[in-house]
Design a protein around this ligand. Sequence first.
Ligand SMILES: Cc1cc2nc3c(=O)[nH]c(=O)nc-3n(C[C@H](O)[C@H](O)[C@H](O)COP(=O)(O)OP(=O)(O)OC[C@H]3O[C@@H](n4cnc5c(N)ncnc54)[C@H](O)[C@@H]3O)c2cc1C
Length: 361
Amino acid sequence: MPHASTTHYDTIVAGAGPAGVMAAMNAAKRGPVLLVDSSALPRDKSCGGMLNEYAQEFLASFADVPEDMIIEPVHVNFRYWDWDRGIKKPTQLRFLNVDRRKFDHWLVSLLPDSVEVVGSHAVQSFEQDTQGVTVTIKNGGAPEQLRCENLIGCDGARSAVRRTVGAGSIANYVTLQDFVRVEGELEPYFDCIYMRDIGDCYAYSYVVPKGDVAIVGSVYYPKTKRPYEKHDATLEMLRRAMPQLGDTVKREASVALSIRHAHDVAPGCGRVLLAGEAGGFMSPTSGEGISYAMNTGALAGMAVANNSGENALGAFSRSSDHVAANIRRKLRWLPFMESSWGKYLAGFVPTAIVSRVTRGL
Ligand SMILES: Cc1cc2nc3c(=O)[nH]c(=O)nc-3n(C[C@H](O)[C@H](O)[C@H](O)COP(=O)(O)OP(=O)(O)OC[C@H]3O[C@@H](n4cnc5c(N)ncnc54)[C@H](O)[C@@H]3O)c2cc1C
């Protein structure tokens, strides 16, 4: 679809990730919705493709996850791995293993006809007045101005909507992921690995089996210099211990929110609502974001569907307050999880307790 087909919508949603799709799906109960994404659709989001139990429960309430997007091993359990001390702590935390590109495409396919979906168009700017929001959308050609009652920003970790509305920006982790050939068999774990030698800028690495390949990722604190070199070093160490990890077939670089403060969570301003990562809704401790995005996207969509334009934000703030409280609770764990003494002590905690605590992170 080259561009939007009308100039007035009840709701415009920026970003067609899990938050944007759920926002659009629910907002459509009030009237016409435009869902725009700056990427070409179907998009390719760098991701481990791990659906936790909350994401699975959310989806089970309205649709069955199609089998063609599920990857072997179908379920993988989360495991902590203290690399230097050779301590592994398998947990009961279980994930469904999906192909993220297919998953995102499938979510978009669930949208009703009253949602117009437009790829390769970015929300560039907007202005609010007492009657609604004027949104400027751009696709490389002349900018187009559209009107709506509410704008929902679901435009991810580098949200332009969040910045424009004055909700402040959040620092980003740098993430690097290699898809590597698997020679032999990997254990069915989502391994989260901590190595001391990589340096203070390094948060952790992870390995997830994905059919014929495995994702080997590493995460660095904001402003890390030369992350590619560090990622190469971690890959080399991992390959030495796990000879099943073969050649790299694809490499991706991306960013994820580094939530540090309760005020990083911001549901919006005026007639503009923020959901998913744009609103700071993501686990600050595990980096899990799909369940937060779907949940807060749905709540934002319901808020605009059930309230007049100027009252939608209040309704969304109230309905999403338990998510903000969940994030505040998790933030208390960060100093422990990020310190070297915390990581050291974790090695002595019985596996059953690590497993129980991890479910809450
Ligand atoms: C490397 C990596 C691995 C991850 N692995 C997992 C995992 O295994 N499990 C998990 O639960 N979470 C994981 N996450 C987190 C998860 O991917 C995100 O939290 C989730 O996708 C957030 O959804 P969202 O809808 O808020 O934003 P996004 O999925 O980021 O979607 C935002 C969309 O907005 C679009 N956009 C940006 N700017 C504009 C604009 N101006 N106008 C219009 N559109 C715009 C973008 O193109 C994008 O499509 C991972 C993240 C990273 C970086």
